[in-house]
Design a protein around this ligand. Structure first.
Ligand code: ATP
Ligand code: MG
Length: 610
């Protein structure tokens, strides 16, 4: 129960300058959240109620699968992260983890995620297959030093997450829990009243046999989702695969070098030569920095009309890390002129390079032999050459001539150039044909990633020596899964999906209150009396109800009620003389007069029906 006259209730007429997207503006204006620092927010009483409701739905659905709730420490000793091999990446390279040194000079991190902690617990407490499978989860504040905190709770540096971790004897058992989680997440999002789409997701370098993200569909989403109308395929753009359009037949039948002035982009080149971009081999240069300090120059060949998917490329480079005596890739970017000067011993016009760009170009070549102890900032003396699958079957193609102002036409793999290792690093796009049915074209939508479920496999258990004894008496690493859902992000994305020009429209299941009783005129004793009684009765009946008993003009109260978005509003106004009150549905502003005696039962019906 709560009276607005006694509540910390402050609404803003003005749009907050800090906010870019509707849900962020509305949550600040309606007094749900206040910014304290970059990516740091106070959850005020109304928001806290929403977050608790979301948490409760999450909890119920998790418990229904047999998962058990616990609470793990946020202060995490560095030793754990050193065991898993993530300390340096998380504190330095990616820098996503806040870390500190305590008064005893011990290093600690503030938990951005809990694989290390939970794996340690399992390692110490689970010895036998008889104790498996087991699934623990928690709902807790996470800390991440995001590079670009933004959009309020969408990308905070301190936010609430439900994270769960399951331990299994084998993949089959893991898959079962993974399926259960898929269903649990669908249930959670449906109950929260959200329109969402589960999509195939990039599992990054971790590998594992699969991962799926749950996308709340909204224009403000940071992710792009590609899907087919038949409902069979949906994937994050980072992961998506498709069939590109067919390449045209090249008109160039003999290999020759041609002057192609001012043609340093595919568009200009295709125009100059009067050919299709689909017969051009584009050569894109990247600089990859591995975690041992080594920089590797990567030359990717891809069809002229296609683009490189840098997530896929990064994954390929991580797979190759052992070749460079490294574990992972810290950064991947297209080098600019200044960056190129650092390693190239002659000027390089990237618009004219060919797949056989000479390794001699890398000036350090003379000084550094491969994989001798490498100085920080050293360059690997040879290009890493990768061909995207789109160039593999091209014949008589056009590509650079390694000379500014010149290209070659009529080129072929085998005779003119060596085909490098073929990989899939192509970015799928809306309009591409789908792989499962080429009559289905990929559609694009924007989404907010609210959940991610992941088959981890043995990555952490192996690294941290977390093992059990199986039925045959063999010692094996746990097979693991992990499942995250962003509670605070989810709550805000509900607003992003449901608002109008006047304010928030909360889905009933996660609204901070179900109903709000408004007294238009607090000096009218009849209005006050009826409102007070309804306020008591409704709350007694389990309908969470606010009372707007402030000494404000009716117009102000109605505006605030619209802004705050409580699903049902009861107004003790004009119709009181007929023994009635006005019931207004926030979602569609539909209003009806109902008998005072029917308010409780009507609202009960409406709320349960939702
Ligand atoms: P993103 O790609 O958006 O950074 P992530 O892949 O890092 O997300 P996970 O590590 O899988 O996310 O975390 C699980 C869930 O926690 C995400 O699906 C998301 O809902 C939420 N989440 C992650 N980072 C943040 C953040 N900075 N602020 C709020 N919620 C977050
Ligand atoms: Mg992240």
């Amino acid at each position: 129960m709560m009276r607005l006259s006694q509540m910390l209730f402050v609404t803003l007429r003005e749009e907050p300058a800090e906010a870019e997207i509707p849900s962020h503006k509305l949550l600040v204006r309606a007094g749900f959240i206040r910014r304290i620092g970059s990516g740091i927010y106070s959850y005020l009483p109304l928001m806290w109620r929403v977050l608790q409701k979301v948490s409760q739905i999450v909890r119920e659905e998790m418990n229904a699968t047999g998962a058990q709730e616990c609470l793990l420490p946020q202060l995490q000793p560095s030793e754990l992260w050193k065991e898993s091999g993530r300390w340096d990446t998380y504190t330095k390279a990616e820098g996503i983890m806040f870390s500190l040194v305590d008064r005893q000079q011990r290093e600690l991190g503030l938990g951005p995620t809990h694989e290390e902690v939970i794996t340690t617990v399992a390692k110490e407490m689970i010895q036998s297959y008889r104790q498996l499978p087991v699934h623990l989860y928690q709902i807790q504040t996470k800390f991440r030093d995001e590079i670009r905190p933004r959009f309020g709770l969408m990308r905070g540096r301190e936010f609430i997450m439900k994270d769960g971790y399951s331990f299994h004897t084998d993949e089959e058992s893991l898959k079962k829990t993974y399926q259960d989680m898929d269903q649990a997440y669908r249930n959670i999002l449906t109950r929260c009243g959200l329109a969402f789409r589960p999509v195939e997701a990039d599992s990054g370098a971790i590998g594992g046999s699969g991962s799926q993200e749950f996308m709340v569909l909204a224009e403000a989403g940071e992710d792009e989702v590609l899907y087919t109308d038949d409902g069979i395929y949906a994937a994050n753009l980072e992961k998506a695969v498709s069939l590109p359009i067919n390449a045209e037949v090249s008109p160039f039948i003999t290999y020759e070098k041609r002057a192609t002035p001012h043609s340093d982009t595919i568009e200009k080149l295709a125009k100059f030569l009067g050919c299709s971009p689909t017969i051009i081999v584009k050569n894109v240069l990247y600089e990859a920095i591995y975690d041992n300090g080594l920089t590797v120059l990567v030359l990717v060949n891809i069809r002229g009309d296609q683009d490189v998917n840098e997530v896929k490329l990064q994954n390929e480079l991580v797979k190759l890390a052992p070749t460079y005596q490294a574990n992972t890739v810290l950064s991947l970017k297209v080098p600019d002129g200044i960056a190129i000067q650092k390693w190239a011993n002659s000027p390089l016009n990237c618009g004219y390079i060919a797949p056989n760009l000479s390794d001699d170009l890398i000036s350090q070549n003379k000084e550094q032999s491969p994989l001798t102890p490498l100085d920080k900032g050293g360059y690997y003396p040879r290009f890493l050459r990768l061909a995207d699958a789109t160039v593999k079957d091209l014949t008589n193609f056009v590509t650079g001539a390694n000379q500014s102002g010149f290209h070659v036409v009529g080129a072929n793999w085998g005779t003119d150039f060596t085909l490098p290792t073929v990989v899939d690093v192509r970015k799928a796009a809306a309009g591409d044909r789908s792989l499962h049915d080429s009559s289905q074209l990929l559609q694009s939508a924007r989404g907010i990633e609210v959940g991610h479920i992941f088959q981890l496999g043995t990555k952490y258990s192996q690294a941290m020596g977390a093992t059990f004894i199986n039925e045959q008496g063999e010692e094996l690493p746990f097979v693991m899964g992990c499942y995250g859902i962003g509670v605070s992000r989810l709550a805000q994305s509900a607003v992003e999906q449901s608002y109008d020009k006047d304010g928030i429209i909360w889905p009933v299941a996660i609204a901070p209150y179900h109903a709000m009783v408004i007294i238009p005129n607090t000096s009218d004793s009849e209005q006050v009396k009826v409102a007070e009684q309804l306020y008591q009765d409704l709350n007694k009946a389990g309908i969470e109800t606010l009372l707007d008993d402030r000494n404000e003009r009716a117009g102000v109260k109605f505006k605030d009620a619209d802004l705050v978005g409580i699903p049902f509003r009861i107004v003790t106004g004009r119709s009181l003389k007929d023994g009635k009150v006005e019931l207004v549905k926030r979602a569609n502003k539909e209003s009806q007069d109902i008998a005072i005696s029917e308010v409780v039962s009507t609202l009960k019906h409406l709320i349960i029906g939702n």
